[in-house]
Design a protein around this ligand. Structure first.
Ligand SMILES: [Zn+2]
Length: 127
């Protein structure tokens, strides 16, 4: 009997820890979303999540905040995030000299041949 009692107690502890882990994981879903999206407000969302997440309103607020910020688009320094030279003219971290002249479309930032009349990606006239 003692053996079975210990086994059931062990199963109980296991499921208890499992439920706690699941609860913590669900509790911090808004923070996971914010950090996985490299949200600029990720730390603020984590703080809101941590201190007000116990209330449904605080948890929903941090979750909505984490989801909403995604829709604000790229940061001002990278207006064309699809290209490695994206936003180079306005981005101080990319030296202007590193851009071969006429090799990249000024509209979409994609590489184009210097002899091209139109950008092959967005159709913008090159000259
Ligand atoms: Zn283009």
């Amino acid at each position: 009997m003692m053996f079975h009692d210990n086994v059931f107690a062990g199963i109980g502890i296991f499921f208890g820890l499992f439920l706690i882990a699941v609860g913590i994981a669900i509790y911090f879903i808004p923070s996971f979303i914010a950090f996985s999206r490299k949200d600029r407000n990720a730390v603020a969302i984590l703080v809101l999540n941590l201190f007000l997440g116990w209330s449904l309103l605080g948890w929903l607020g941090s979750l909505i905040w984490a989801l909403l910020d995604e829709k604000q688009g790229p940061t001002p320094l990278t207006p064309y995030p699809c290209h490695p030279y994206a936003g180079a003219p306005n981005n101080p971290s990319v030296p202007r000299a590193s851009l071969p002249p006429g090799q990249f479309c000024p509209n979409c930032g994609q590489a184009v041949a210097a002899s091209d009349q139109f950008c092959g990606h967005c159709g913008r006239p090159m000259r």
